[in-house]
Design a binder for this molecule. Structure first.
Ligand code: RAM
Length: 483
């Protein structure tokens, strides 16, 4: 369903893009067929590259054919695109084979790329000339205003963590808050929520969050259900898929936006969208008030196919509803019914706590996972002491299903902080995100499991995004809780 009024609002909030020109010079060496050269720009960028060629020998009498690969991290070049057979399209692989007819001349890419490294391989020239790469440049873009993020008196390790987080967020801030500028280059609800939180502490581009909220509200599925992501080109249109938890996060994102901006008009206009989601999702529970995962459909929580989603799903529902109460109260509405719903679902959630095991369990097989503990704590199902006890014992619980993404880790850090375990949170944050930095990350990655570096929900690392916005939240934590 398209809501023209909401989409017009979103359109009027289109961001200004800041452009920066970058250039790396070639070494002047003529390149024979089959030879390659890698240009390193020293940091991660998003933009439109161009390559300037000259040649030695006679006047070029045949077009130059060459391949260009763009990599966010250098080890992407070790992955062979031909060996990727995963379920996500290989069209995401950043590789092009192109012709240049007039030399000397410049080849310009119309498509936007995300890269630090650009590798050029000569496929074919002719016997009468040899190409030379004069330079590789790019018109780089972001809607983040670099001058807006406040300088803080960070120690060295925190400065690095913050800088890589900012680079990640900045490069995902384009026409909307993208999930990743390499892939999927679009607006996802779960990602938006975390990007917005980091943005309030850094670039403070409130209008971009507002635009994204209106894009979701302006393009819903039947009955007004929010999709899990929205396309913005050629026209705004939502995807056909939903996720139970992502739908609820619209409520949290709107509330966070209101707290940061105090924009009551937006709160008022989008409140009915939140209520609609509640009306639709409250149907997904059984008579015991427990989440019926079949009715709930897709629940994301983390990129982990082993994970049982019932307990964390139940908790995310409460987490969403608690912010819905705040929205209703801020608008002076009666929310007794909502509070009763929270009471019933909390009672049911409490029953998922297995006193013998000392953990929340999920699903028919009573699975123990990090995600279940974390979400139950975030949803306020436990008291502080129980939360602290759970979080203290969790790392040594061998059988607990672990986390694969910085997205899941974000919630772990938040749960520690909410429980008053700020020091543990600080250490965990440095250990995890610092692990990516130790491997040379200029921007944080979509997936990172230190114990399983090759873990991939897609079937290959070559389609992973290595600048993924949901991993940018150390900047949020550091700035909000530590400085
Ligand atoms: C990935 C996207 C996005 C995430 C979804 C669930 O494909 O990149 O970051 O929100 O999955």
């Amino acid at each position: 369903m398209i809501n023209e009024y909401f989409l017009e609002k979103a359109e009027s909030l289109k961001p200004h893009l800041f452009h920066t020109e970058i250039t790396e010079k070639g070494d002047g060496k003529p390149l024979k067929e089959g030879e390659s050269v890698i240009f390193d720009f020293g940091n991660h960028y998003v933009g439109y590259p161009r390559i300037r060629f000259s040649s030695v020998g006679h006047h070029p009498d045949a077009p130059l054919l060459f391949t260009v690969q763009f990599a966010e991290i250098e080890s992407e070049f070790n992955q062979n695109p031909a060996e990727y057979h995963g379920w996500i399209s290989k069209s995401w692989i950043q590789e092009e084979t192109v012709h240049l007819d007039a030399i000397p001349g410049v080849y310009r890419f119309e498509r936007r790329y995300a890269f630090r490294y650009i590798k050029i391989t000569i496929v074919s020239a002719s016997n009468n000339y040899t190409p030379v790469i004069e330079s590789v440049s790019a018109d780089t873009v972001t809607s983040a205003d670099d001058s807006a993020a406040e300088e803080k008196n960070f120690n060295e390790a925190d400065r690095k963590l913050d800088a890589v987080s900012l680079r990640t967020l900045r490069n995902c801030m384009q026409d909307v808050f993208e999930d990743g500028p390499k892939r999927d280059r679009r607006l996802w609800l779960g990602d938006l929520r975390l990007e917005a939180l980091a943005n309030y502490q850094t670039y403070r581009n409130y209008d971009l969050v507002k635009r994204c909220l209106y894009l979701f509200a302006g393009t819903t599925l039947e009955e007004g259900r929010l999709a899990n992501n929205v396309f913005t080109a050629p026209e705004a249109e939502c995807d056909f898929q939903t996720m139970f938890d992502y739908t609820l996060f619209f409520i949290n994102t709107l509330w966070d936006y209101y707290c940061a901006s105090r924009d009551e008009e937006t709160l008022r206009e989008l409140e009915p969208v939140c209520m609609k989601q509640y009306e639709l999702l409250r149907e997904c529970f059984d008579e015991q008030h427990l989440l019926d995962v079949k009715k709930a459909g897709n629940i994301f929580i983390d990129w982990n196919f082993e994970l049982d989603k019932q307990a964390p799903g139940q908790a995310v529902y409460l987490y969403g509803l608690k912010d819905l109460v705040k929205i209703e109260e801020a608008l002076g509405k009666n929310c007794e019914e909502l509070k009763e719903e929270i009471r019933l679902k909390t009672e049911a959630a409490e029953k998922l706590y297995d006193a013998e095991k000392g953990f929340f369990i999920s699903g028919e097989n009573g699975q123990i996972s990090w995600a279940s503990q974390i979400w139950m704590i975030l949803a306020g199902v436990t008291d502080k002491d129980t939360a602290e006890d759970i979080l203290n014992r969790l790392p040594s619980e061998e059988n607990a299903v672990k986390m694969n993404s910085p997205y899941a880790y974000h919630h772990y850090i938040q749960a520690l902080i909410d429980t008053g375990m700020k020091e543990e949170a600080y250490r965990a944050m440095h250990a995890y995100w610092g692990g990516m930095i130790a491997q040379g990350a200029d921007t944080f990655w979509e997936l990172y499991n230190p114990e399983d570096p090759y873990v991939s929900p897609y079937g290959g690392l070559i389609v992973h995004s290595f600048c993924h916005a949901w991993s940018c939240t150390p900047a949020y934590f550091l700035r909000k809780y530590y400085y």
